[in-house]
Design a protein around this ligand. Sequence first.
Ligand code: ATP
Ligand code: MG
Length: 393
Amino acid sequence: MSIIVCSYGEIHLKGANRGFFLRTLMQNIRRSLPQNVRAEVKDTRILVTNFTESQPVVAALKKVFGLTHIRVCDSINYTTPTDILNYLTTVKVSGTFKVVVNRADKNFPVKSPIFAPQCGDVILKHNSSAKVDVQNPETIVQIEIRQNGIAFISTGCERGLGGLPVGVSGRAVCLISGGIDSPVAAFLAMKRGLVVDFVHFSTPPYTSELALQKVVSLCEKVNSYGNTGNLYVVPFTEIGSQIQKKCHDQYTITLMRRFMVALAEKIGVANGADCIFTGENLAQVASQTIQGITSNNFVAKRLPILRPLICFDKNEIIDVAKQIGTYQISILPYEDCCTVFVPTHPTIKPNLNTVLEEEKKLDFDTLVENCYNNVICKRLQNIFAESSNKPQK
Ligand code: ATP
Ligand code: MG
């Protein structure tokens, strides 16, 4: 019989919170799997059973934060160590390998360091191209000896995403543009256990329905890693136009960012968020100098702004975007609201006093309030269809 054995990482360290972390992990795993597939915690492993094909189940498990390793195993019954050795005559190995034995059942009569070479000898005898290499093997044959006469045997191991189960750390709102960076920022927030709601600013008619669809696709892609968040679409045309009309154009982008943060904070507070995430990256573009980035810090009064990509290289961000499947969507050529209003020469080091002077030309609070009243919550298609998460404005 085939069984999938999953290991989890940091949850081991969580002391009194371990139960909560593990329950959340199990909930996320069960939601990601087809209904008939069973998952249960056994000792320090998660055992997944009752599937016909392992490949789609492994693919789903590889998208669950908190799992570190995923192994498809043969589950065999044994009475004596010889039964396991007999089974190993059927295992196919080519190239270099080593055998790792874990003896969870301490009553098993042969100790692991003695049993592993015995297993290796059997494999060598039945696989002419196999060679032992304990330093750098191509294949690890893992033999886990469990209680009650059961052993799990695997010849391959897939890496899980690691991190923490989505939901154990609280909630975030992430400012999401249609670009490469912000979906990666949302993914990293989830990696540390946050449920992420997305906030997107659109400026119709300057930005199209297709541009918005692209953002929906990005959010759904990010959500497929176990997120249950919603997308809040903020109609930003009036604010953008007012800034353009009344303020010095060098400050357009800085002022737009301040309004974005104010609105994201308002949406976040209404939806129980603990923090704001952005995809800002130091010195990537003119508006993301340290002065440009920090000039919106003081707008948010109740939620901290976290910027997980701040010190990444663009190529490192792109690598993650490709790995999680957002890159191909992000590079679709649709306009972003910032590109519509951004001047050719934004100020590189905005002085906060000047920014505040410029901002005084606008009725900040009224513009925010009016804009907030028109925010739309867009339902996203989640793999977690049974989510109990109720959207609020
Ligand atoms: P990205 O790939 O995230 O678009 P970028 O290099 O294009 O990155 P900017 O356009 O300067 O970055 O935006 C910086 C950050 O501001 C984004 O990562 C995102 O968090 C936020 N942001 C920018 N435009 C929008 C928007 N239209 N809606 C929501 N958030 C936005
Ligand atoms: Mg952008």
